[in-house]
Ligand binder design. Sequence first.
Ligand code: ATP
Ligand code: MG
Length: 412
Amino acid sequence: MRYSQLFGKTSKTVASDADSINAKLLTQGGFIQKEISGVYNYLPLGLRVLTKIQNIVREEMNRVGGQEILMPALTQEDSWKTTGRNAMDVLFHLKGQGDTDLVLNPTHEEVVTPLVQKYTFSYRDLPAAVYQIQNKFRNEARAKSGLLRGREFNMKDLYSFHVDEEDLNRYYEIVKQAYFKIYDRLGLGDITVLTFASGGAFSQFSHEFQTINSNGEDTIYLCSKCHIAVNKEIIDTQKTCPECGNDKLEAVKATEVGNIFKLRTKFSKAFNFYYSDKDGQDKIVEMGCYGFGPSRTMGTIVEICNDDKGIIWPAAIAPYQVHLVGLDLFDETIKTQAEKLYQDLLDKNIEVLFDDRVDVTAGAKFADADLIGNPVRLVISKRSLDKGGIELKNRNEDTSEILSVDNLLTKF
Ligand code: ATP
Ligand code: MG
């Protein structure tokens, strides 16, 4: 991609209503643009990052047998009356034609349960696991902190359906492991902790995945022995680690980036979702749900991975792997070499953002590269060519090296 053609530009000034690091840096870097409070446009750079996060999640969900579907954002309010959740304070209500009552879904149990029920008759149809990656709508009282708490936000939600509790427990553990894998791949593995939370009426615990960071909205209580934590609800009822009984739990700030829950029969009961077992007896279906917030995770990563110059993306989700800065491009011989290098990198299937602007100073180009935060910066200039090639600098390091073009291309 040529920077000169890129839709969305960096900005030197900070939006006056940017109330967090992620809102500030993502807006300044040209990743997102606020529409209204808690609702954002994703510009090309931002969408590339979001899509990469979603694809990592998608791969891990497919690996545990999840099948991707897409459910509607809009649905009839009646389904919410069936479960008694129509009074939920975050629900957006709308009126359809003929005065019908509609809602914008804040989560999808009310849609997925009757949907899967339509295709489930006997034990042979179970277990089943479906997921989607889609926007949710919640009329949050305090939409804030950029992508961390939106009113429209992106979620991956997986739902699983089982013949009995034992099979639900088996699958729940598999998904839990898949979540660890996702956070590892996102570069958050070391700072993301399994956090015991209230399980509601049907099970003792649910589990949150909390990413430790000083700007986190939640406080969790960490057991250093087990590398797990409990959330506020749990610490109020028990003061010890649920795994080892340790009573020296450390309070730390964190952001909830995922949440898995054994729903058990809460929704299958509401919708009368039974299957017939091997003996032809009707049995209630057991359910689990597994949420992950791609947009909140994107914001959280920015909260953690930055310095005073801008964002430092983990390579797995950076918008581009390489930010190629061309300097002295008014000089035809340098321009030709820069264009060739850009083409050579593209030919090697490397994702490159090529700053091909002729009328912008070196300082401004470097500032933009730092702000946008791609992992590798390459500079081709009169000076670098005089020194024998191309300057390579990693975003998270201060030092750079000069490499010949041939050497450079073997690096990727
Ligand atoms: P919270 O406790 O932060 O309000 P929640 O427990 O209601 O969130 P879930 O319904 O479990 O969240 O949603 C699954 C995931 O979706 C969360 O773990 C989080 O990553 C993400 N998420 C939830 N609410 C928001 C929001 N308002 N903005 C962005 N992401 C969100
Ligand atoms: Mg929560």
